[in-house]
Design a protein around this ligand. Structure first.
Ligand code: KIV
Ligand code: NA
Length: 268
């Protein structure tokens, strides 16, 4: 697809049904992002999610996605210590989580880990620009690469992960001009999120783009709400509540009959 200049589509999934629908809708890649910490587990941020939890969710996604290439996020704390730790965690996510590839956050400083994992035969998707696992060091969720110096850092990180063996790189919250130029300078595809339409592909968090979330959740500028899944689920549940309260559900067509003679006997 990259060679054909065809945009690559990627979407997160965090369980069997969300993976199944993404796969059926034709997503090229499915990401078990550690954003599941917030959208599936109700945590404050991604720093809390455990390797065991990522593995459990990866396993259910792997059963739901048949055609898509499945990537799983290495959670914070599972890969930063050393390249060996990173490889061990990557192997766990493949063997136990049943994903095809792993994603980890970081550029130049992660080149050693990326090299170690890819030479062991596990494809790595890199993730640079805004790296949410480092939000406290970055001073929150901020666009990266706005100044010349920080744009040069994004480019240096992109080249470093490419040379280390990453098959593609996620660019998160980077000005479109920077992401477009970085994409032109790389051989590997870029997957953008909040990085404009000059990337080789796009990724979004499924619950955000499908509107499957309480309306008050903060959504970054780059998220487009393509649906209202939460509203639809709420309408269905409210209709169910109303029909149970007024005894219009279950109706005769939802009810198992008994032969009249049998009932007469039973009633005696
Ligand atoms: O965790 C996640 O969902 C991600 C994508 C938004 C890139 O890392
Ligand atoms: Na992530």
């Amino acid at each position: 697809m990259h060679k054909r200049n065809e945009p690559i589509t990627m979407l997160t999934a965090h369980d069997f049904p969300s993976a199944h629908v993404a796969d059926q809708a034709g997503m090229d890649m499915v990401l078990v992002g550690d954003s599941l910490a917030m959208v599936a587990l109700g945590m404050e941020d991604t720093s809390e999610v455990l390797m065991e939890e990522m593995i459990l969710h990866c396993r259910s996604v792997a059963r739901g996605a048949r055609a898509a290439f499945i990537v799983g996020d290495l959670p914070m704390g599972s890969y930063e210590v050393s390249a060996e730790q990173a490889l061990q965690s990557a192997i766990r996510l493949v063997k136990e989580g049943r994903v095809h590839a792993i994603k980890l956050e970081g550029g130049v400083e992660m080149a050693g880990a990326i090299h170690k994992i890819t030479t062991a035969g596990i494809p790595v998707l890199a993730h640079i620009g805004l790296t949410p696992q480092r939000q406290n060091a970055l001073g929150g969720f901020r666009v990266q690469g706005k100044s010349t110096a920080s744009a040069l850092k994004v480019l240096a990180d992109a080249i470093a992960v490419q040379e280390a063996g990453a098959f593609a790189v996620v660019l998160e919250a980077v000005p479109a001009e920077v992401a477009t130029l970085v994409t032109k300078k790389l051989r590997i595809p870029t997957i953008g999120i909040g990085a404009g339409n000059g990337c080789s592909g796009q990724v979004l968090v499924q619950v955000d783009m499908s509107g499957n979330f309480p309306p008050r959740r903060f959504l970054p500028k780059f998220v487009k709400k393509f649906g209202d899944v939460w509203g639809e689920a709420r309408r269905a549940i409210e209709a169910y509540k109303t029909e149970v309260k007024e005894r219009s559900y279950p109706a005769p067509e939802h009810t198992y009959p008994m032969a009249k003679e049998e009932f007469v006997e039973f009633e005696k």
